[in-house]
Structure formats: C-alpha cells, structure tokens
Design a protein around this ligand. Structure first.
Ligand code: NDP
Length: 260
C-alpha cells in the first residue's frame, strides 16, 4: 500500500517522516514516498504510479483541483486540493490544509483576522475562517491574485489601509523563508502586531522575521509546524478510510505530534 507527496521541489517535504512513522507505530503495512512531478509533465501521469493516495504540494494544488474526477468538502470552495485518493481509476480530491490550520487557532476564538498574502494557502485559511464566522481582511502586495477573492465576503487591500485591530495576523506568504523579508513593511506591521493576540506564520522550521518582530513586541507566536502535522493527520485518516482500515486515532496523533 503506497502513498506519496507530489510537488516540485519536493526533497524538503517532511510528510514522508510523518506518515511512515504513523504506519510503523500503528503496525499498518504502508509506505509513503516523495515524487517530483516535472512542471511540464501531465498531472494524469500520477495514475500510472499505482498509489492508493497522495498529498499534493506547491505548485500543483490548483492543478490537482482541476484534474480530480470528484471533489469533496471545503476543497470545492477553496479551489485547491492537497489530498487525493485513487479509487477504481478515479481521482478523488480533498483539502485538509484549511481544517489543519483552524485546529491550531480554534482555542484563541478570534473575532477577526488579517491574512497577508493571496495565494493557495491564503484561500484555504480565508475559507475556513469565514466558515467559522470569523471576519477576514486580506492584504496582498499585488492586485492580480486578489481577483480570486472577489466573490468572497472579505475585505481586500493591495496598498496599506487597514487600521482596525485584528486578533489574529497570519503570514501566508513565503517572505522570510529564504531571505530576511517581512511580508509587509515594518512601519505598517508593527502597530498591527502590537494590538494582535497571535501572530501565525505558515512557514515552519524557521524563525522568520515576521515571528521575530512579533516576539520583540511580546505577542504570542506560532509557526506552521502544528498546521503541517494537523493536515497530515487529517490526510492519513482519509487514506485509511478509503482502504477500510480502522486504527487507534490516539496513537496516530501521538506518533505525528512528537516526531518532528
Ligand atoms: P503561493 O505562491 O500560492 O502564494 C504566495 C503569496 O505570497 C502571493 O500572494 C504572493 O504575492 C505573496 N508573496 C510572495 N512573496 C512575497 C514577499 N516577499 N512579500 C510579500 N508577499 C509575497 O504560495 P502558497 O500560498 O502555496 O504558500 C505560501 C507559504 O505557505 C509557503 O511558504 C508554504 O511553504 C507555506 N505553507 C505552509 C503549510 C503548512 O502546513 N504549514 C501549508 C501550505 C503552505 P503576489 O500575488 O504579489 O505574487
């Protein structure tokens, strides 16, 4: 029973560590690998790999959405798929990023949130927050991608104007991933962070300039590690359900939460 994470690049992905450890701890005979899909390669090529399921990462989540035969749950609204089941020659698509994120901030019970960035992960975050009746404001450095949020009940800005305080400020941009950039100019970001209750960065495994700034202002912070683990747990559950395999969910949670 084989699974894989599909992306480009893919060598950095921690998903194989999470899923293979869960298989081992649960005594389930499964293997989870990585697959580098070339950007010019057809997504349908994945059908020939004889996988039972896959996770999809950058830059294929929207391609996956458009390639699936059937889409389930919140993935339909988001327009992006990060989990696929291969069943009788069909590809079934799901999105576990959205709920994976929400489980990280649920206990904060925010009333409103500011999302910085307007890419695929911003869509997942914005949709789940709206579904939970949390007011969403979104800011992106360019106008183009804000179009995707046009029919969506949230406030959007491409130049800095939001002045209200936000309980939650989320960086969904890769700013700070491989450089020392902030996702928004410091003169705008600092006053917003000072009034926030939590600064959340989707980037994981790195103390980003965004999180460093929030910490210097004594604001609570969270990186994207818990979200990564949550989306993996939810995907694992979908994989096993498709194979009619029951297991101890407590062991699944314990195995994934302590391995990274
Ligand atoms: P996308 O490429 O789809 O979107 C990136 C967005 O960030 C765009 O709106 C882009 O603006 C903006 N942006 C890019 N660089 C900068 C910058 N230097 N300053 C300001 N804005 C910038 O990426 P994704 O949404 O798929 O992923 C974003 C990040 O989230 C990645 O680092 C990824 O690793 C992380 N992630 C983490 C997950 C987890 O489980 N923890 C899950 C999913 C993603 P523009 O439109 O102008 O180009």
């Amino acid at each position: 029973m084989q699974f894989a994470v599909i992306g480009n690049p893919i060598s950095h992905s921690l998903s194989p560590i999470l899923h293979n450890h869960a298989f081992k701890m649960l005594g389930i005979p499964g293997f989870y690998g990585r697959y580098l899909l070339q950007e010019n390669q057809s997504f349908y090529h994945l059908r020939s790999l004889h996988l039972k399921g896959a996770n999809i990462t950058v830059p294929f989540k929207e391609v996956a959405f458009n390639s699936c035969d059937e889409i389930f749950g919140i993935a339909r609204e988001i327009g992006a798929v990060n989990t696929i089941i291969f069943e009788k020659g069909r590809m079934l698509g799901y999105n576990t990023d959205a709920l994976g994120f929400y489980l990280c901030i649920k206990d904060l019970a925010p009333k409103n949130a500011l999302i910085i960035g307007a890419g695929g992960s911003a869509k997942a975050v914005a949709h789940i927050l709206k579904q939970k009746e949390i007011s969403v404001t979104l800011i992106n450095r360019s106008k183009e991608r804000l179009k995707d949020f046009k029919n969506f009940e949230c406030f959007t800005f491409d130049t800095f104007t939001p002045k209200n305080p936000y309980d939650l400020i989320i960086n969904t941009t890769p700013a700070g991933l491989i450089n020392s950039d902030l996702p928004l100019a410091k003169e705008y970001l600092s006053p917003l962070l000072k009034k926030a209750r939590l600064a959340f960065d989707l980037i994981y495994g790195r103390q980003t300039p965004f999180l460093t700034l929030a910490k210097s202002l004594n604001i609570a912070t969270s990186d994207g590690k818990a979200m990564l683990i949550n989306q993996a747990i939810l995907a694992f559950e979908i994989f096993m359900e498709s194979q009619n395999i029951t297991f101890d969910t407590k062991i699944l949670h314990q195995s994934m939460q302590h391995i990274l």
